[in-house]
Ligand binder design. Structure first.
Ligand code: SF4
Ligand code: SF4
Length: 240
């Protein structure tokens, strides 16, 4: 395999996140049904999605070059010659490692994985929230999680402009869609899959003893769960 072909294969294999779909989503019909504020926000969101697409494309290209270079340097350094097959393998590993590091640092965009059609999702957790909300204060709606492409393209669920596409939260740490007074979801029919699937019963961050209605008192800390997130960044994935 020639160098050019190898490079072309590398590029096609290591485009980190493609967002062509986002460019195809030029929402116009739904804007007519929105209030001015919502329509404005939707336009800003679309603009940001385009900006994220461009930034992400650049990040993807940079990753290609960096991973190729690191692999080549590594191999040349160790063997003193260039073997394309070995370089190909080494480059894949290097690219994977770099992607993991970028993901850890919040560079690029994050989507829910795996993605399900939320309107056909059948794994919904059955919990008597109405009888427990006075105890848990809807703590689950403070957890951080990534939206799906379906959520983002639908344009109903808000995402964090500074951390695409994590759910948007208010200064109080709650999801922006939580009705603060009623402690209920204002977009219940459109809520993301993690909200449908999340089962708090065995989540010790929330319930010390679910059956006996014993909440974890830590949920009353205003910084919850950010304090936990600082200790364990993996929490970001737990509601997915
Ligand atoms: S923490 Fe559990 S009981 Fe409370 S609102 Fe969330 S899902 Fe319902
Ligand atoms: S979308 Fe609704 S159920 Fe999901 S976190 Fe926000 S308020 Fe809670």
């Amino acid at each position: 395999m020639g160098f050019f072909n190898l490079w072309e294969r590398f590029k096609s294999e290591h485009t980190i996140i493609t967002m062509n779909e986002s460019l195809q989503t030029q929402v116009s019909a739904t804007n007519g049904k929105m209030s001015n504020g919502l329509a404005d926000r939707h336009e800003v969101a679309e603009g940001l999605r385009y900006a994220h697409f461009r930034a992400d494309a650049n990040t993807g290209k940079l990753l290609e070059v960096a991973s190729f270079l690191y692999a080549a340097i590594d191999l040349l350094n160790q063997k003193g010659l260039l073997d394309l097959a070995e370089l190909d393998e080494r480059k894949k590993q290097a690219a994977t490692n770099i992607v993991e590091k970028f993901t850890e640092r919040g560079m690029g965009v994050v989507y829910q994985k795996p993605e399900y059609d939320k309107y056909k999702f059948e794994g919904e957790a059955k919990i008597d929230c109405e009888n427990r909300i006075h105890l848990c204060h809807a703590a689950c709606c403070k957890l951080r999680f990534a939206l799906s492409k379906q959520d983002v393209e639908e344009g109903i669920v808000r995402w964090n402009f500074s951390a695409p596409y994590l759910i948007a939260r208010g200064e109080d740490g709650y999801c922006q869609h939580l009705n603060r007074e009623e402690k209920c979801c204002s977009i219940h029919a459109h809520r993301p899959v993690p909200c449908r699937a999340f089962d708090c019963r065995n989540d010790k961050r929330i319930w010390l003893d679910f059956e006996n209605n014993m909440v974890n008192p830590q949920i009353n800390d205003p910084s919850w769960p950010a304090n936990l997130e600082q200790k364990d960044t993996a929490l970001a994935e737990e509601k997915n």
